[in-house]
Design a protein around this ligand. Structure first.
Ligand SMILES: *Cc1c(COP(=O)(O)O)cnc(C)c1O
Length: 452
């Protein structure tokens, strides 16, 4: 073992290794020396555990890996060929060019984020989005925060701390990523009063639960599952009618933040923010990066008096939207204002892509990939807590290879990773969620992985 230890190069010798020396051009020498010492330390532990001493080449590879792990961004683009338009693990909504351009220009320099250019004095970041959100949804007032989870928490903390909030048992749900309505209610300091049963809730259930301590009726859009069969839910309009009679506001957590009619694309109707306010919700909450198709954000719209209370709550400062999201969200809203959302906002463009167009793209991929590939009918999903169980007919490229898991692994390990879906030992790639400008990289990565 002693001789094995002595076979290890010294720190200086390793720093002189050509590959390690190259790293010294990219990072300060002291930083590289830390990685060298770490790698040598690991090698000594390995020897003590009975392993053979690594060669200098192996040590250099380990040192490069240490540099790469820290120095190269681990968050990077992937190509979403799953056909799930709002894939939470893949970053939800891609934003439009125009939205990204706005985020870029606000980030590269200074901005009037909180500066009133007319007065030459302090301004408010909220002015950049409020009028747009009001115009598009018909709201009296609007506020954007960091995400929808914080929007709901802010709403409940501002309006219901120390009081009761009534929710149907069928809506006391988990959205995903640990966002559970009962937990959020507890964190806000409100007390959850669950009414009805998992499958059936009636207006009379809400009515019987209202007391002097009731601060709100909360509706939660059951955005990621469906209860089918013997069910009864209370409509928002019915909740509002009850709320008016008993002077209790109705809060509506919509989740997906839909502003367009989804039925025009052959899907079920997804509740829109406009409808929610028209039905009389006092406040509606939505995500910026689901069907709104913008950057991560939480959108709160509704009665001015209530929005003002939220704005003044100390948590509003803790949850405030950042300048990048604000810039991107505002430009995304302008797409809706101009009536160009279906052609400009990527999630809507994907949803609206006609089947023949998808078929054409799938065919062109198959032509370049050869015999292993063929075009087959499939289903794209919306995902991201919108339109549960709803799919859009699509055409997918199916790849039949001996070891489909290994192919999927090679695609994930590529420079520009490609994520597909595996079904019945085939790898399925849906053109719907692949941006046209990603096609070159997709086909390159696929050809490499198929030949490798
Ligand atoms: C997605 C969702 C949330 C959470 O929104 P984030 O923007 O991810 O914080 C809350 N409520 C509902 C109903 C949702 O669908």
């Amino acid at each position: 073992m002693e001789t094995a230890f002595r076979q290890l190069p010294s720190v200086d010798q390793l720093l002189g290794h050509p590959r390690v020396e190259y790293l010294c051009h990219l990072y300060p020498r002291q930083t590289v020396a830390i990685w060298v010492r770490g790698e040598l330390e690991q090698a000594r532990k390995g020897i003590a555990a009975g392993q053979r001493p690594p060669t200098s080449e192996e040590l250099a590879t380990g040192i490069e890996a240490r540099a790469q792990a820290l120095g190269e961004a681990s968050l990077r683009p992937v190509i979403n060929a799953t056909g799930v338009v709002l894939h939470t693990n893949l970053g939800r909504a891609p934003v439009s060019y125009e939205a990204l351009a706005a985020m870029r220009s606000v980030g590269l320099g200074y901005s009037n984020l909180e500066y009133d250019l007319a007065k030459g004095d302090r301004g408010s970041r909220h002015v950049h989005i409020e009028a747009l959100l009001c115009h598009l949804t018909g709201a009296e007032a609007a506020l954007a925060v960091n995400n929808n989870a914080s929007a709901v928490l802010l709403g409940l903390a501002s309006l219901a701390r120390g009081k009761e909030v009534i929710v149907s048992r069928g809506q006391a749900i988990e959205i995903g990523g640990g966002f559970r309505i009962p937990d959020v209610l507890r964190q806000s300091g409100a007390r959850l009063v669950e009414v009805g049963t998992t499958n059936r809730t009636y207006v009379s259930d809400y009515e019987a639960a209202i007391t002097k301590g009731t601060a709100a009726l909360l509706r939660v859009h059951t955005s990621n599952f469906q209860v089918v069969g013997f069910t009864h839910t209370v409509s928002l309009a019915e909740m509002v009618a009850l709320g008016r009679r008993r002077e209790v506001p109705v809060l509506d957590d919509l989740g997906s933040g839909c502003l367009l009619e989804t039925a025009q694309f052959g899907m079920a109707h997804e509740p829109t923010i406009q409808e929610s306010l028209e039905a009389g919700a006092a406040l509606a909450f939505a995500s910026g990066d689901k069907l709104m198709g913008g950057p991560q954000a939480g959108v709160i719209v509704g009665k001015k008096e209530l929005v003002d209370r939220l704005r003044r709550h100390p948590l509003a400062r803790a949850m405030r939207i950042d300048k990048f999201s604000l810039a991107g969200l505002a430009v995304t809203m302008v797409h809706y204002l101009r009536g160009e959302a279906v052609s400009k906002v990527p999630v809507w463009r994907m949803i609206a892509t006609p089947l023949p167009e998808i078929e054409r793209r799938a065919q062109s991929w198959v032509e370049q990939l050869g015999k292993v590939a063929k075009v087959v009918p499939g289903e794209s999903a919306i995902g991201g807590g919108s339109l549960p169980g709803q799919t859009l007919p699509t055409r997918v490229v199916s790849l039949t290879v001996p070891r489909v898991d290994e192919l999927a692994e090679r695609l994930r390990a590529a420079e520009h990773p490609v994520i597909g879906r595996i079904a019945e030992d085939m790898l399925l790639l849906d053109p719907r969620t692949v941006l046209p400008e990603e096609e070159g990289a997709l086909l390159f990565t696929l050809s490499e992985a198929l030949s490798g």
